[in-house]
Design a protein around this ligand. Sequence first.
Ligand SMILES: NC(=O)c1ccc[n+]([C@@H]2O[C@H](COP(=O)([O-])OP(=O)(O)OC[C@H]3O[C@@H](n4cnc5c(N)ncnc54)[C@H](O)[C@@H]3O)[C@@H](O)[C@H]2O)c1
Ligand SMILES: [Zn+2]
Length: 354
Amino acid sequence: MEIRSGVGRYPALVNTGLLDEVGMYARKHLPGETCAIISDKSVARLYAEEVDESLVSAGLRPTLITIPAGEKSKTLKQAGAICDQMIEAGLDRQSFVIGLGGGMIGDISGFVAAIYHRGIPHLQIPTTLLAMVDSSIGGKTGVDARDGKNLIGAFHQPSLVIDDLDVLTTLPRRQFNQGFAEIIKHAVIADSKMFRIMQSWKAGAAPALQGLIKRNIQIKSRIVAKDERDRTGERALLNFGHTVGHAIERAGNYRKFLHGEAVSLGIVTACAISIKRAGLPEDQGAAIVDLLARLGLPTRLPRNFLRTKILDAIKFDKKFESGRILFVVTPRIGAAYVENNVTLDDIREAVQRL
Ligand SMILES: NC(=O)c1ccc[n+]([C@@H]2O[C@H](COP(=O)([O-])OP(=O)(O)OC[C@H]3O[C@@H](n4cnc5c(N)ncnc54)[C@H](O)[C@@H]3O)[C@@H](O)[C@H]2O)c1
Ligand SMILES: [Zn+2]
């Protein structure tokens, strides 16, 4: 697929058996012969050798740099350490960076690519469903600050994205399922047809992932292309379910829920608020909640989870201004807009009922 971005176009490849061909595609689409493969230790154990061999046999000279798996590695300190290792390995302005891993690796490797020698090309090889349908597309890169996620970063579009569907077979079930939160989000804000197709899936049957991932890349990249730097409000639609979702992640100390699980709960509250403020028909709200549950995502908070912590976390959110918050609502499946009449009380009520 060709993806349009403000700085040009880049290809995204979605297929099986692509890891063996990374070298060939890197040669074709990227200048330079030296590169860093940045990965986390779990993903590297599974896939780094295959990628490395493919690069070497295409005449490229890769250096593998690994960091511990998990969000706690997504720091400025770790990004600095990666840069130091790249300098040590003799990588320069002609080199490029490969991010091999989930969204954590995509974000930090993209950030390193954005700052190393003031910017070198970035090749994304996402290995989670979430990273394939969401984080690898759109050029948002960065790391977490001490007091908040993704507060340090840069816009840096990838030069090439390679989604090898085979890697999803080793992804733990919970990690796989969380990708569906972003997929359902895309369907709700932009694609009622995809929503209906997912509704018709038989329980237990493996979905056709290639077409699904391609469609999601298309939806995300089209929205991003209209507002690459997140300034006009168009890109904000991708935050559907995320205002409350982020707050739930934070309230759970980033341990209790995976991002997609928190977003699923955030979508449930966004539906309740959309029914109240945007005229979303109740049966459509129920259909969204039902689809989330069928794809293995949580739609209720554990009874003992402190709702007040979620409200506190929302107040921390930078989008909160004088009692009002810019909140993405859906008036019907397949459409969304930013509503500025949603109050903290609306959110409180929806969170209480969660
Ligand atoms: N840049 C963006 O636009 C954007 C969008 C959404 C999310 N994000 C970021 O993405 C991150 C979350 O991404 P994630 O959920 O992919 O998390 P992740 O990268 O931490 O991966 C989750 C876990 O799965 C393991 N893993 C990855 N691929 C595997 C595979 N194929 N087989 C077995 N195990 C595998 C990893 O080692 C890790 O333990 C967050 O940091 C979030 O902020 C960024
Ligand atoms: Zn998300």
